[in-house]
Design a binder for this molecule. Structure first.
Ligand code: COA
Length: 157
């Protein structure tokens, strides 16, 4: 496919149905109403990705504070299959990394990835994420049920 224009835009009540549809197609896990209610409040932590003005991707994160450590958790970051390997995932992840770097108060970024998801593992490793833990039976309704925890520590400037 010829490379086109990739943009990110905010999630609003007007377009949130597009994010829901996208997540239903891209992820084997379904997300509830509370997830989407929170996404509407997430500001820069939730974005839709457009390829030539068409929605093809989305990223949703939240801030997690555990044992005094402030961490950014990537809940979903996905792109429709026909639009993969065009830099859309990179654009979304770079946005998240920029957010974290500008805030200057995050210890790390982390997420869960199904152990079989080689493309996501390759993708995140490119950006310096490492498998720090593997959780058995993390997913309840999908196989394999185990998840890797991928993490990237933020170096203080
Ligand atoms: C993981 C995912 C978001 C990557 O999105 P993408 O738009 O294809 O990523 P990019 O085009 O920016 O890829 C950047 C680099 O990551 C690596 N990469 C991405 N997909 C890969 C794959 N299938 N195999 C090997 N490397 C891959 C490559 O190095 C790639 O660079 P290149 O294309 O120049 O070789 C996408 O595959 C996806 O939506 N998967 C389903 C949802 C998911 O599993 N999300 C992760 C958990 S939140």
């Amino acid at each position: 496919m010829k490379r086109g224009c990739i943009d990110l835009g905010g999630v609003t009540p007007h377009n949130i149905k597009q994010l829901k549809l996208l997540n239903q197609v891209v992820f084997p896990v379904s997300y509830n109403d509370k997830f989407y209610k929170d996404v509407l409040e997430a500001g820069e932590l939730a974005k839709l990705a457009y390829y030539n003005d068409v929605v093809v991707g989305g990223v949703c994160c939240r801030i997690d504070v555990t044992e005094g450590q402030r961490r950014l958790y990537i809940m979903t970051l996905g792109c429709l299959a026909p639009y993969r390997r065009l830099g859309i995932g990179t654009k979304m992840l770079e946005h998240v990394l920029k957010y974290v770097e500008e805030d200057d108060n995050f210890h790390c970024i982390f997420l869960h990835v199904q152990v079989s998801n080689e493309s996501a593992l390759d993708f995140y490793r490119n950006f310096g994420f490492e498998v720090v833990e593997t959780k058995q039976h993390y997913y309840k309704r999908i196989e394999p049920a185990d998840a890797h925890v991928l993490q990237k520590t933020i170096s203080k400037s």
